[in-house]
Structures are given as structure tokens and as C-alpha cells.
Design a protein. Structure first.
Length: 227
């Protein structure tokens, strides 16, 4: 079993007055919804074209986002802080989360209200073997069975988006390898954000804006997480 955990940032900007497609869901009409998103991004002021992780979804892998676009995403994410409406301690990571990919097939996407700080729940599963999970809502119930992790994706009140198998069984060793790879990718992304920090119009008292945008300001040594 080949398992990947892929970080994605959710980018909206669907409030630009562009007429949206009158059919859904997006995964059945990906080209139409991606065209709508691209027009919205252009009107919102993004300089470069985005490369979507999953066409039409609004999810973008950080390493596929140009510096110009990433700077604007971060600037806009920090708007309420720059305006004095939000305290630094109340800032949240970038919206998005982590795609669980099994044998080259996307098995589980981030759900509503998820963000990059949700890496900590994957850490709890693979390192502490704790039945803890949150990647937005609805959220699967997590169980352990021998050497597997089982994600039970059934909710009586909300549908998983896109449509998800009710039971996802993942080899725990393979998931741990995927998690370690994820942390390395997040560290690379953090280094990139740090390198762009002199281009931001704001400053934080925490010297590391990437700790806010990715790591949820947790007092953890991120280097130790891959040891």
C-alpha cells in the first residue's frame, strides 16, 4: 500500500461578482468550476494562474503556488490582524488541510473549517496511536485494528465532500511514512514563508509567521517530530 498525506491550501475568492456555474457538484463538472475560480482569482488581483490540486475544488498544493500568489494569500489571510480586529494570539493557520491518498487515489479530502494546523491530529494517530482526528467537519471516527487505521466516514447530518467511501482502511506503517514525508514538506513550506517575510506588510511579535500559518503556534519542536 502506497500512502501519501498531501498539504493543500483552500483558496476561495468567490465573492468577486463572477457568475458561478448553475450545476454541481464541482467534481462532476471540474472544468466549469475551475474556469469560474480562475476568473474570480484574476478579478481579485492575483498575478499568476493557479495550478489546482484537484480541478474545481479550490485546493492548491503550497509548492504549486507562485510566490506572487502566495504573498497575496497570506496578506489577505492576515487582513483582520492588520486592521486591528484580531489579536495575534487568535490568528489561525491557513485554511486547507491534508488529502489522504492511497495507491494514487484521493481517498479523503479536508472538510469544512479545516486548516493546515490539523497536521497535529495526524501526528496523534501515527505517533501516539490515539483515536483523534479532525480535518474539518464532518470528521471520520478513527479506530485501530491490528496494523491498520480505519476511518469510518459516515455522518447522519453532513455529507463528506467529495463523496467518500464509508470505510477507509490504511496500513499504519505506510501512514506513518506518509506523515514523516508530510512534515518534511511542511518544513520546506515554512522555510519558504520565512524567506518571503520581508515582503509582508505586517509584523508579528512571534518572529516566525510560519508558526502561525502552519503549526498553530504550538510549543513543539517541529524538527523533533520526524525523529
Amino acid at each position: 500500500m502506497i500512502v501519501e498525506l498531501i498539504p493543500v491550501i483552500e483558496i476561495g475568492y468567490h465573492n468577486q461578482g463572477i457568475e458561478s456555474p448553475n450545476f454541481s457538484p464541482y467534481w462532476k463538472y471540474p472544468d466549469d468550476w475551475q474556469t469560474y475560480s480562475d476568473k474570480s482569482y484574476s478579478k481579485a488581483g492575483f498575478k499568476d494562474k493557479f495550478t489546482p490540486y484537484s480541478k474545481g475544488s479550490g485546493f492548491y498544493r503550497p509548492k504549486d503556488i507562485t510566490d506572487n500568489n502566495l504573498i497575496k494569500v497570506i496578506e489577505d489571510h492576515m487582513n483582520t490582524f492588520k486592521d486591528g480586529e484580531t489579536e495575534e494570539d487568535d490568528l489561525c493557520p491557513l485554511f486547507g488541510g491534508y488529502v489522504l491518498k492511497i495507491d494514487n487515489q484521493d481517498a479523503l479530502f479536508p472538510q469544512c473549517c479545516s486548516d493546515l494546523g490539523d497536521w497535529i491530529y495526524w501526528h496523534s494517530i501515527v505517533k501516539n496511536k490515539k483515536s483523534v482526528y479532525y480535518n474539518g467537519h464532518p470528521a471520520p471516527i478513527v479506530e485501530f485494528d491490528f496494523n491498520n487505521v480505519i476511518f469510518n466516514c459516515k455522518d447522519d447530518y453532513e455529507d463528506f465532500v467529495p463523496t467518500t467511501n464509508e470505510k477507509i482502511v490504511v496500513d499504519l506503517n505506510a501512514l506513518e511514512i506518509a506523515y514523516d514525508g508530510l512534515i518534511l514538506e511542511l518544513k520546506e513550506f515554512a522555510t519558504r514563508i520565512s524567506g518571503l517575510s520581508d515582503k509582508f506588510s505586517f509584523k508579528v511579535t512571534n518572529d516566525f509567521i510560519e508558526n502561525i500559518l502552519i503549526f498553530r503556534n504550538l510549543e513543539l519542536d517541529i524538527k523533533a517530530l520526524v525523529e
